[in-house]
Design a protein around this ligand. Structure first.
Ligand code: G4P
Length: 531
């Protein structure tokens, strides 16, 4: 075995998914605190950035020359090397957010205890489900009045279709929050608010059988409720099973409060033990094991430079096997070329660090002279294989694009195609209409503004966008078996094609999808495009 096995095995690469405001940033800050990355919480990323209005966002992108979205944080903790991939929420939610999950080996799902499962979590969870990666749940904000604990778990199971296994159990919430009961150790960890502290507060652990102390700490009522709930829980909840966790079929659930720094380190410790080392990945020659091959990686995100002066792009790669060093020659399989990667860097939240080396599990960003596409494989020159492509995710907003000055047709087509190639937007044509009628689909509405802005600034083309009412898109999986002209649709259905000529269907109403499936036996539709 190669001598870098140890380096690979100590890596944990995960994404945090949540609905905006559930506490993802706060939790990340606390993680970094434990890693000694920052001295005081509150400085992880320009949190304000994420909340800026569109115009400010553009300015920030321009200034930095690189998106502040989907960045990577790397830190060390307890012998582990941890990579956190940020999945931006807020209005800059885009296909990149989904793609980031293709580069992660597990996901941490943060849920606001007073809100339960929310829209964005639901969407991101779908992608995790598709990949079958382990999901760890942190139910946050227990220092605020929370929903009933059983109801919260029920909601996760029903809405997301994953079994839950509470690792600890909250005692009260809000002003009455007393701490959590650790099911493994059968003890109560009392709540302490250490918001301003740099480490988790001195928690007092009280064994369940130590009734007097327990009574003293949490009171009669809370104690009785806890005992009842434990009994119920032991009878009703799923048994912990690491294999099921790793297959993404069971989520361990933890309760805590990121803001007051309660339950975060316990969560991190458990998480690191349960989460997998960098996962093997499917390629056309079979499964590639991270420690058994030389360097290989795939491109999961391309970020165009918003700065007009330097039109460079950054390609983000997830290393899947071996060790990378900046001097080595690599092969870009799709391009059929051997080369050195230009200025490999680790893109942190607000800084870039030139890298000397990196290992499977790590993410690197390299300058891309326009040769990489999403999903491309990079490997050692002596190897020849391709990683499985990254699916195209269903856009949820659609608009017809009209060019204002039709004389600039060439620039328009070039610009819109390039932007689509980066994966910021998807473009479609109406069936039988050619490039005259272009429909743009985006995952997050902000991408419409980005498209307009970039076409104007980079290609000198003005466009008008006419919003379309469609919200649901489906790829036809078995296109060779389906005669598009004979398909029996619904009145709100529209037939379109992607740039590769794949047929798709657009719908205004969700229920129409089921109706079309009913009316056309044998038709197979999918929410993900297969590249
Ligand atoms: P996000 O990245 O998921 O969008 O959430 P973020 O961490 O920014 O948290 C959203 C808000 O929730 C913040 O308040 C944050 O302080 C608060 N918060 C996070 N975790 C907890 C928790 O465990 N308990 C309580 N009570 N609040 C929590 P804000 O007022 O919007 O921002 P700020 O002005 O305090 O920074």
């Amino acid at each position: 075995m190669a001598d870098y096995t140890k380096e690979i095995e100590r890596r944990r690469t995960f994404a945090i998914i949540s609905h905006p405001d559930a506490g993802k940033t706060t939790l990340t800050e606390k993680f970094l605190l434990y890693g000694g990355q920052i001295n005081l919480a509150g400085s992880v990323k320009g949190k304000a950035t994420a909340r800026h209005a569109v115009s400010d966002w553009m300015e920030i992108e321009k200034e930095r020359g690189i998106s502040v979205t989907s960045s990577v944080l790397q830190f060390e903790y307890d012998g582990y090397c941890i990579n956190i991939l940020d999945t931006p929420g807020h209005q800059d939610f885009s296909e990149d957010t989904y793609r980031t999950l293709m580069a992660a080996d597990s996901a941490v799902m943060v849920i606001d205890a007073s809100k339960g499962v929310e829209a964005q979590t639901r969407k991101l969870f779908k992608v995790c489900g598709m990949r079958g990666i382990p999901i760890f749940t942190f139910i946050n904000k227990m220092d605020r009045d929370a929903n009933d604990t059983f109801d919260l778990l029920d909601e996760i199971e029903k809405e997301l279709g994953i079994a839950t296994c509470p690792m600890n159990w909250p005692i009260g919430s809000g002003k009455g929050f007393k701490g959590v009961y650790d099911r493994q150790k059968s003890c109560v960890i009392t709540y302490s608010d250490t918001e301003k502290g740099t480490k988790e507060g001195e928690a007092t652990e009280i064994l369940l059988e130590d009734e007097d102390r327990l009574l003293q700490y949490i009171g009669d009522e809370a104690e009785q409720k806890l005992l009842d709930e434990i009994e119920l829980l032991d009878g009703a909840s799923a048994v912990f099973d690491l294999e099921k966790v790793r297959a993404g079929k069971l989520t361990p659930v933890f309760f805590g409060s990121a803001l007051t720094n309660f339950g975060v380190e316990i969560f991190l410790k458990h998480f690191l033990q349960m989460a997998t080392t960098p996962l093997p990945r499917k390629a056309d020659i079979g499964i590639i094991e991270p420690a058994e091959r030389d360097f290989s990686a795939f491109v999961f995100k391309i970020q165009a430079n918003m700065n007009k002066a330097h039109r460079d792009r950054i390609a983000f790669m997830r290393i899947c096997s071996g060790r990378f060093d900046a001097q080595m020659e690599v092969k870009h399989v799709q391009g059929g070329r051997t080369m050195r990667l230009s200025q490999p860097q680790q893109i942190m939240a607000d800084e870039r660090k030139i890298l000397a080396e990196a290992y499977a599990g790590d993410i690197i960003g390299v300058f891309d002279p326009g040769i990489f596409s999403i999903g491309d494989t990079i490997c050692s020159p002596k190897d020849q294989f391709m990683y499985e492509g990254i699916p195209t995710f269903a856009p949820e907003h659609f608009a017809r694009v009209r060019q204002i000055d039709t004389m600039k047709r060439k620039q328009f087509v070039k610009g819109i195609n390039q932007i689509a190639q980066e994966g910021a937007i998807q473009i479609f044509q109406e069936v039988n209409s050619g490039m005259e009628e272009i429909i743009v689909g985006v995952v997050g509405v902000l991408q419409f503004d980005v498209l307009k802005y970039r076409l104007e600034n980079e290609y000198n083309v003005e466009i008008r966008l006419e919003n379309l009412p469609y919200e649901h898109i489906r790829w036809i999986e078995n296109k060779s078996e389906v005669d598009l002209d004979k398909l029996t649709g619904t009145s709100d259905m529209k037939k379109i094609m992607d740039l590769k000529g794949n047929p798709l269907l657009l719908f205004i109403n969700a229920w129409s999808v089921g109706m079309v499936l009913d009316r056309n036996p044998g038709l197979v539709l999918s929410e993900f495009g297969r590249g």
